[in-house]
Structures are given as structure tokens and as C-alpha cells.
Write a protein that binds this ligand. Structure first.
Ligand SMILES: [Zn+2]
Length: 100
């Protein structure tokens, strides 16, 4: 697990906040606490939190948001998942600024 913070709400959900180590973009999303607990206890994130978009799962796994992850590993990770979203030049360009 990477750097992220959670806030457990009394209604049974958990807010997860994480910041991409690459582009420094902070993301926040809410999942059922049971889903977060399952992941924290060792379940695969795609099984524990199927409702979380892939890019945000990536942010939790690797600390890199989906946009940066795609830009970095576009060649490696082609047929893993179908939902990679648009990979525009603007997206890649935004991340590249942080590399320099
Ligand atoms: Zn990023």
C-alpha cells in the first residue's frame, strides 16, 4: 500500500485520499468500508473495490494515477484491462512537465 489517507464515516463508507507521486494530483473517492477493509486485509484491489475506476485503483496500488501510469507503462501493460480511458497528448504532456 502506498501513501493515502482514509476517513471512515459512520454510514459505513470510507473516504480515501491519495496523491499521485508523479503529477501530484490529489484524488479522493468514497468506497464501502467493507471494500476498503477487504483490500487492507489482503484481497486483490480489483476484487475488493470493483466499483473504483481502474486509474484510481492504480493510484492506490502504485501511488501513480491512471494517467501517469498509462504514460509510463503503455508498452508493458497493454491487454491487462480494457478500460484505460483516453490517452491524449494533453494528458501525457501534463505529466511530462513533472519529469523535468
Ligand atoms: Zn499522475
Amino acid at each position: 500500500m502506498t501513501r493515502h489517507q482514509t476517513i471512515s464515516l459512520p454510514d459505513g463508507t470510507t473516504i480515501i485520499s491519495a496523491t499521485c507521486v508523479d503529477c501530484n494530483q490529489a484524488k479522493q473517492f468514497t468506497v464501502p468500508s467493507a471494500s476498503y477493509d477487504a483490500w487492507a486485509n489482503g484481497a486483490h484491489i480489483q476484487d475488493a473495490m470493483p466499483e473504483v475506476p481502474e486509474g484510481e485503483r492504480e493510484l492506490l496500488i502504485s501511488g501513480i494515477c491512471g494517467t501517469c501510469f498509462d504514460a509510463l507503462f503503455a508498452d508493458d501493460d497493454e491487454d491487462d484491462e480494457q478500460d484505460h480511458g483516453p490517452q491524449t497528448l494533453a494528458d501525457v504532456g501534463m505529466c511530462e512537465e513533472d519529469f523535468r
